[in-house]
Design a protein around this ligand. Structure first.
Ligand SMILES: Cc1cc2nc3c(=O)[nH]c(=O)nc-3n(C[C@H](O)[C@H](O)[C@H](O)COP(=O)(O)OP(=O)(O)OC[C@H]3O[C@@H](n4cnc5c(N)ncnc54)[C@H](O)[C@@H]3O)c2cc1C
Ligand SMILES: NC(=O)c1ccc[n+]([C@@H]2O[C@H](COP(=O)([O-])OP(=O)(O)OC[C@H]3O[C@@H](n4cnc5c(N)ncnc54)[C@H](O)[C@@H]3O)[C@@H](O)[C@H]2O)c1
Length: 453
């Protein structure tokens, strides 16, 4: 069969690949997208979307208890898990349909195969051979495996999303985004949750906020075992028992979830054949313009060494398409001040630097503002869950270099403040902004004096 020529080949139909393909096609490029599985990749199928659906369900479960405290007479009930999973999956099906329509609208050719490099600009996809002067690798990431006896008795987050009922007892290994988010959801929906954390929760995040998140999670009934390494897992009837490095054998558990990070998904690509290497995490190293070491071959999203977040993959993909086909030769993703929310219970939001990063960069020039309060909605219910805000500022004019927030509602509050911080906001700008009363967010613009020290 003869080679088929395009202007752009995109490998992977997840967040980054779809964004690159659709934007390039809108600029008039002839684009082929290669994706063997469902459109939408990790975010839509096994990441943000099903996770957020489960998080909403967990919020509903908690809201029932709050409503009860307010005087609503219905007793809190439990989730009809299989019915909700069907509803969640139907929603995801609709997203697949919407992506297919978007591709059709701009005439992107979709090939349902696994791609493999033959040459830098010549790709095999099933029995087809595709060529293009530009190739974008957007193959995402895969969950890490640990070399531990009984590892396969556990599941990754993918396995969590396949559950058809709420497990009675859950063990989660890891202390990052996935571990913390799944722990909160499972606990709120009725599982007993034990976490096994090698060092601390949310490494890389502001240490004080991460510590306070741990406190709130414990209040929620989650057991967090710090400095604890799981060495092995064993079958005990239908259940799972663990061996940990402290000589303990915790369990038995209905489910064991490994949430120990992810690595670049490059194994199937045949990168050797084009002389493109990866780092120790299997990720392709790119420069600010998403260029790999091979001319005309680019990479975006989780397969690179950059932040593994959906909006990052999307923005990098669009900027690259604008640069290659949209007459914007300088277009590139700005990797500074990227906001992020951990959908924990309660959620944790961050933008800019942690206190440690700021002190390392600016030394004694750093000063802090903090606020801690019980939000009115929960005060009325006698449920003392705190909201905590922390502003990290530098210099005479108190330029804000970091904003950290923990508590109910911060997942929605952070986005607007992220705009201000991206624009270079100072504490003075916050002080000059009228509060919206009564809200939790108003506490961000009514913070008092600097924290001493
Ligand atoms: C549980 C979980 C929850 C998350 N929640 C959030 C969140 O709330 N917010 C957020 O911003 N981020 C979240 N993330 C991260 C987010 O999902 C990723 O950053 C994002 O999906 C990365 O997009 P991508 O395009 O780089 O890769 P992916 O979406 O993983 O897409 C890669 C695609 O490439 C395909 N592929 C692989 N190999 C080949 C090949 N050889 N040929 C052709 N195709 C191939 C795969 O089938 C896949 O569809 C979450 C991640 C997880 C695990
Ligand atoms: N809300 C969101 O935006 C969201 C949600 C989920 C995931 N994500 C993205 O996906 C990425 C992957 O998430 P993740 O939670 O899989 O990774 P992560 O890097 O956030 O956390 C990995 C955790 O595993 C621990 N770990 C690593 N090796 C270990 C070992 N051998 N034994 C014990 N613990 C070990 C680490 O200490 C860390 O706590 C995140 O970094 C994030 O970028 C984002």
């Amino acid at each position: 069969m003869s080679d088929e020529a395009f202007d752009l080949i995109v490998i992977g139909g997840g967040s980054g690949g779809l964004a690159s393909a659709i934007r390039a096609a809108k600029h008039g490029a002839r684009v082929v997208l290669i994706e063997p599985s469902d459109l939408g990749g990790l975010c839509v199928n096994h990441g943000c979307v099903p996770k957020k659906a489960m998080w909403y369900a967990a919020q509903m479960a908690e809201a029932q208890y709050i409503a009860h405290d307010y005087g609503f007479t219905d007793k809190p009930g439990s989730l009809n898990w299989p019915a909700f999973i069907d509803r969640r999956n139907a929603y995801i099906e609709r997203i697949h349909g919407s992506y297919q329509q978007q591709l059709d609208k701009v005439n992107v050719t979709l090939v349902h195969e696994t791609a493999r490099f033959l040459e830098p600009h010549r790709i095999a996809a099933g029995d087809r051979v595709l060529t293009a002067p530009h190739v974008v690798i957007a193959t995402g990431s895969a969950p890490n495996r640990l070399d531990k006896p009984g590892f396969d008795l556990g599941v990754s987050s993918d396995g969590f999303f396949d559950l058809r009922e709420c497990p009675k007892r859950t063990a989660i290994v890891g202390g990052g985004y996935v571990a913390v988010e799944l722990a909160g959801v499972l606990r709120a929906l009725g599982s007993e949750v034990d976490m096994y954390v090698r060092d601390r929760l949310m490494g890389g995040f502001d240490e004080e906020m991460a510590y306070q998140l741990g406190d709130e999670m414990k209040k929620h009934g989650i057991t967090i075992n710090y400095a604890c390494q799981i060495e092995a897992a064993h079958k005990e009837g239908d259940l799972i028992r663990l061996d940990c490095d402290k000589g303990l054998t915790p369990g038995p558990y209905d489910i064991l979830i490994w949430a120990v990070g992810r690595h670049g998904n490059t194994a199937s690509l045949g990168l050797d054949s084009i002389g493109l290497g990866t780092n120790a995490e299997g990720q392709i190293e790119v420069d600010d313009y998403q260029e790999t070491g091979v001319p005309g071959v680019y990479a975006v999203g989780d397969v690179t060494q950059r932040l593994a977040l959906t909006p990052v993959a999307v923005n990098a993909g669009r900027k690259l398409a604008d640069r290659l086909f949209g007459k914007k030769p300088g277009a590139k993703m700005d990797y500074h001040n990227i906001p992020s929310v951990v959908f924990s219970h309660p959620p944790l939001g961050t933008i800019g630097m942690s206190e440690r990063e700021a002190r390392d960069a600016y030394g004694d020039d750093v000063h802090l503002y903090k606020q801690t309060f019980v939000p009115m909605q929960l005060a009325l219910a006698h449920r003392p869950m705190f909201v905590r805000f922390k502003l990290i500022c530098v210099g005479e004019d108190s330029r804000i270099v970091g904003m950290q927030m923990l508590g109910p509602g911060v997942d929605e509050i952070l986005q607007g403040f992220a705009v201000a911080i991206k624009m270079g906001a100072t504490k003075g700008h916050f002080d000059d902004t009228m509060a919206i009363h009564p809200t939790s967010a108003e506490e961000m613009v009514t913070m008092g004096d600097r924290v001493p020290g």
